[in-house]
Ligand binder design. Sequence first.
Ligand SMILES: Cc1cc2nc3c(=O)[nH]c(=O)nc-3n(C[C@H](O)[C@H](O)[C@H](O)COP(=O)(O)O)c2cc1C
Length: 375
Amino acid sequence: MVKKVEHGQEKEQSQQPIRLLTPYKLGNFQLFHRIVLAPMTRQRSYGNLPQPHAVLYYSQRTSKGGLLITEATGVSDTSLIGFPFAPGIWTKEQVEAWKPIVDAVHAKGGIIFCQIAHVGRVSGSQPNGQAPISSTDKPLTPEGFDAPKYSPPRRLKTEEIPGIVNDFRLAAINAIEAGFDGVEIHGAHGFLIDQFLKDQINDRTDEYGGSLENRCRFALEIVEAVSDAIGSHRVGLRLSPFANYYEAGDSNPKALGLYMAEALNKPKILYCHMVEPRMKTLGEKSESADSLVPMRKAFNGTFIAAGGYNREDGDRAVAENGADLVAYGRLFLANPDLPRRFELNASLNKYHRDTFYTSDPVVGYTDYPFLETND
Ligand SMILES: Cc1cc2nc3c(=O)[nH]c(=O)nc-3n(C[C@H](O)[C@H](O)[C@H](O)COP(=O)(O)O)c2cc1C
């Protein structure tokens, strides 16, 4: 799986730097390249507590001046039900457990943002027997993705919404307390925020449903509350307007993406992270005539694109100004030294889908080999 790189080849490659390897100023952070670790749930945080083995996992994927985004991290005790081994950041103990992970990344010169999330109706029943919360009381259909695992949701009452916004605010404050450089709000992939954004799921009749403006209100209130708490220069938002995961599709994803991109200029958040239209179905890449370019043009801050990228098209995206940064998921999972491999145009380890979500602290997690070089 590992290719030996000859000195001659290394030299030849280093004379032709690719755009992905050029520096970039991300607000206050000086990045040395444009290759970002995409957020990836790894389900190895037993009892929702980040574990010592995550120190190695994240530090393996750290390079000097490289940006890492953590796996989705729950904002409250209702946010992760059904994901027992996903980490949280709502308790003091969780904050303390994140600290050595963040410190290890910083020790190697990396920058790390915590992705803060709430799964909403993609959830089992709550410990107190209550239904999971959502914008709707519509359950995932039995034919839906793993639907039997999930309990029918309860539609949030209008007056309950500020409490959920506050959970995100507190989680962001906790993330800064843990030493994170910032947070990425998870507004993608059919989870709670997306359950408000998308018209094929949001069937509310209050000010959080109906018009585009109303459906985006919850996401924008979270962005504002988090920005007020920790500073908009430390806030990113991830969106997947074109994706239809967990039955959260939209009839006009381009209008939704554009509305959000423009609205995010007001709080002036650090970055907008969008998932490519070609990632319409969970985990699969398919061709699409749609593009993120209109959103990229509409948003004034840093634009991160993700979804199905390899070295060549990621480089092209930066070269053609389609994105400032490119986030890599599966390739980075399987290649802890991905920026180095891209630099050398070296061969890549293949990822193993069957260990994406297993709970072993080593296998499929920290045992992907590094490139062997002669230096
Ligand atoms: C194992 C795994 C876990 C993931 N978990 C998350 C997550 O926690 N949050 C998120 O926003 N996206 C998550 N994703 C999506 C990735 O961030 C990324 O958008 C997706 O894999 C497509 O990019 P890629 O083709 O570079 O892998 C996950 C993907 C994988 C493979």
